[in-house]
Design a protein around this ligand. Structure first.
Ligand code: HEC
Length: 220
């Protein structure tokens, strides 16, 4: 038979043991915040959305571009077309009433945006979409008494950078127009679109100067 002393000792040792276990369990041995391994969060790279073409080398209207990165919008930005001798100077757009102009909403595919963000350059297979809407005026009798909003969609224009174009052209940027309902379009000849973009776009044929989201990422 054990003495009281032995019992108390055994009990004390047992309790002390429990205490140590609880101490461990309660986190006394947990690494402090400073020792904790750093969690490196890697942002997944968006998958490249390759431009799709039909057998005639025409570009297919990119699907779902409304979910891409929106780089900017403008109202009624129009270009000075080169004026030939037999034509009168066209009426400047600034003289047109605002509701005869169009909203231009511009999107870029997410992989190209990611690349531009990191490098300031547009990779091969970049796609930019210009989605055009007629500006409409709020109805003075309704809640929106003032201002303009994008009304009816007019057309979609697309720019694609592709150094291996299926239509055989060697120009890396190609420009397309999709009137409503069109699903495939042939690239314009270089003098119709490429030339002006090359001469006046601030980064690699793209009018980055008009798109705030890209403009602030531009390399100095
Ligand atoms: C005289 C100059 C000029 C010509 C010619 C021209 N563009 Fe543009 N383009 C612009 C300007 C300025 C912008 C800036 C954004 C805008 O128009 O809303 C632009 C923007 C674009 C964009 C958005 C992406 C980018 O590169 O900035 C597309 C797509 C586009 N144009 C397609 C075309 C097509 C298709 C043609 C030929 C039919 C064409 N452009 C001819 C001046 C021109």
């Amino acid at each position: 038979m054990k003495s009281n002393w032995t019992r108390w000792t055994a009990l004390s040792i047992g309790l002390a043991g429990l205490g140590v276990s609880a101490w461990i369990a309660l986190g006394a041995f947990q690494p402090s915040a400073a020792q904790e391994p750093k969690v490196v969060r890697v942002k997944p790279k968006p998958a490249t959305i390759a431009p799709k073409y039909n057998d005639n080398g025409e570009l297919l209207l990119p699907e779902g571009f409304e979910n891409w990165v929106f780089v900017g919008s403008n109202l009624g930005l129009e270009y000075k077309e080169p004026v030939s001798d037999d034509k009168k100077e066209p009426e400047p757009d600034s003289k047109k009433p605002a509701d005869l102009r169009n909203f231009h909403n511009v999107y870029i595919d997410p992989a190209a945006f990611d690349h531009f963000q990191r490098t300031g350059e547009f990779p091969d297979k970049t796609i930019l979409v210009l989605d055009i809407y007629k500006a409409e005026r709020g109805d003075p009798k309704s809640l929106v008494a003032e201002g303009l909003f994008p009304g009816e969609q007019q057309e979609v224009a697309v720019a694609v950078k592709n150094s291996a174009r299926p239509d055989g052209s060697k120009s890396n940027w190609a420009y397309y127009d999709f009137p409503l309902g069109t699903k495939a379009a042939k690239a314009f000849p270089d003098k119709a679109c490429y030339q002006c973009h090359l001469e006046h776009g601030t980064v690699d044929n793209v009018f980055v100067q008009f798109y705030p989201t890209l403009r602030k990422l531009k390399k100095p």
